[in-house]
Design a protein around this ligand. Structure first.
Ligand code: C2O
Ligand code: CU
Ligand code: CU
Length: 531
């Protein structure tokens, strides 16, 4: 498939935009001023003497790079959740949260074949917990169900046997995941298979291997993040009007003038990004949520919904550019009516600018092959389950379940004030941590049919790898063809889910919408993986 401007238009069409709007959206994309176009051979060149055009340095703040911490199997790593002061712009500290004294957490790197222990210490004044998004570990280590009291700690041993991947970790206290991640309780978790060193990919952290944790935020007049949980943000998902990358507003990254690997993580509540480079340069998609594709795929746009990750290779030999995104106008479908919800960004906007510097090191090469990954094939026989994601319809929690739910959320007092907010559901049932919704045998591969009747939802499964068989009955989009754990379901998707880790009834896995306000409103279920 040829992946050019046409496919952007195509993607926008799939996202529900009319053709003329889609064309307008691509036309709105500002052209690069940074790179003078070479005049084609044979054309007159005398018009202007070839005065070297000095590209203007983009305005902004230097991109912050999270500290990389290698998890040591010989000694536990402590991660303390707590309040921190963080300056989104230099010299203006705002009270937010994070791990290990940083806003957002350090990037944790785990080597395949090791089983390090991580201890979460709760330095907050309320209960919290920690979930390893994308990591294949048993339910008892998954963390989504735990409730760690203030001052207490919780340890998980992460027995890692999965391919290299860009994963992440974040707080998972039901009812406040949206606010917590907005506040900074999230970080990268890098799985590294030492055998992949042979690929020769750019791998110098923060130099040619650059993590980009992307969030949209609202700020109040004092420059503090101003998360909002109300009817509108719960229904549509919270969207901010400023972009923050690794906690940096108006981020500018300096990269060497050669091949660079970018790890993109959408840690926003609800915003769906459609990325492209300002000068329309193509790049190579090399990995999705669960790891490498079979081979690099050339693309000039990639979409990322909340919770998803991709890795791309970008050639900066010709100089800098900026990573951009189109706005996220989304639609709600109510029976035969469709409501279009405008975005606070009316035009394409910048995620991160890149300036380049020659560092004299040789450029990495794009490998021809990456991993032994076949096409996802429909099994002849498999258990099929169906999940309908619903913006309403869940019966309110029973009294005892509501109590537990508050203990999870760690903010019982707020629960009554939220009584008016929508209650969301999957298959007519709102999240109840005391109920087991599905039981799956260990080692099974099943077909999960996910349906989004009212709007697009990113569907996430804990503790399992997912392949997309079909999207709306057709072949999956280019960025949905690899190994996944979170899939944007625009209308319907047929997923192949493989369960390789056990989860007992006391520590079940979860599946849920990764629009954090939908998850917090109960669009989540539990499942046991039975040995
Ligand atoms: Cu990223 Cu259940 O979470
Ligand atoms: Cu997860
Ligand atoms: Cu949703």
């Amino acid at each position: 498939m040829d992946f050019t401007r046409r496919s952007i238009v195509f993607g926008l069409l799939a996202a529900g935009l009319a053709a003329d709007e889609a064309l307008a959206a691509t036309r709105r994309r500002p052209k690069s001023k940074a790179r003078p176009r070479r005049s084609p051979k044979g054309k007159s060149r005398q018009a202007a003497p070839a005065a070297p055009v000095q590209p203007k340095k983009p305005d902004g703040n230097p991109l912050r790079i999270p500290t990389l911490v290698d998890l040591d199997p010989a000694s536990p790593t402590t991660l303390t959740a707590g309040k921190v002061d963080h300056a989104f712009v230099p010299d203006k500290p705002a009270p937010v949260a994070g791990y290990g004294g940083q806003h957002l957490g350090p990037a944790l790197r785990i080597r395949r074949g090791t089983a390090p222990t991580v201890t979460l210490v709760n330095g907050l004044d309320r209960a919290t917990n920690l979930h390893w998004h994308g990591l294949l570990v048993e339910g008892t280590a998954d963390g989504g169900h735990a409730a760690v009291a203030p001052g207490a700690s919780w340890s998980a041993t992460l027995a890692c046997d999965q391919p290299s991947a860009t994963c992440w970790y974040h707080a998972h206290g039901h009812g406040r995941v949206g606010e917590d991640i907005h506040d900074g309780l999230a970080g990268f978790l890098i799985v590294e298979d030492p055998a992949d060193a042979r690929l020769g990919l750019p791998s110098e952290w923060g130099v040619d291997d650059i993590p980009l944790l992307i969030q949209d935020k609202l700020f109040d007049a004092d420059g503090r993040p101003a998360y909002r949980r109300d009817r509108g943000t719960v229904d549509h998902g919270f969207r901010g009007d400023r972009i923050v990358v690794n906690g940096t507003l108006d981020a500018v990254a300096e990269v060497p003038q050669r091949l660079v690997r970018l790890r993109l993580l959408n840690a926003s509540s609800a915003r769906i990004y459609r990325f492209y480079f300002e000068d329309e340069r193509p790049f190579r998609l090399i990995a999705t949520d669960g790891g490498f594709l079979a081979a690099p795929v050339e693309a000039d746009t990639v979409s990322l919904s909340p919770g998803e990750r991709v890795e791309i290779l970008v050639d900066f030999a010709d100089g800098g550019t900026a990573l951009m995104s189109t706005p996220d106008e989304h639609e709600h479908r109510m029976g035969t009516r469709t409501m279009r919800i405008p975005d606070s960004f009316a035009a394409p906007f910048r995620i991160c600018a890149f300036t380049t510097e020659k560092d004299g090191k040789p450029s990495a090469r794009v490998p021809e092959a990456l991993a032994a990954l076949g096409e996802a094939v429909e099994p002849a026989q498999a258990t099929t389950r169906r999940f309908v994601l619903q913006l309403s319809g869940g019966a309110p929690l029973s009294k005892s379940a509501a109590h537990l739910h508050d203990a999870h959320a760690g903010h019982g007092a707020m629960a009554s004030a939220e009584a008016d907010l929508p209650v969301m559901a999957i298959n007519g049932k709102t999240f109840d941590p005391t109920r087991i919704d599905e039981t799956v045998p260990l080692g099974a591969t099943e077909i999960w049919e996910v349906v989004s009747p009212e709007m697009a939802h990113p569907f996430h499964v804990h503790g399992a790898h997912v392949r997309v068989l079909t999207e709306d009955g057709g072949i999956p989009k280019i960025w949905n063809r690899g190994v996944k754990d979170t899939v944007l379901v625009e209308n319907s998707a047929r997923l192949l889910v493989t369960f390789t880790k056990a989860a007992p009834p006391t520590a079940p896995f979860m599946y849920h919408c990764h629009v954090l306000e939908h998850e917090d409103a109960g669009m989540m279920g539990t499942f046991v993986v039975k040995t």
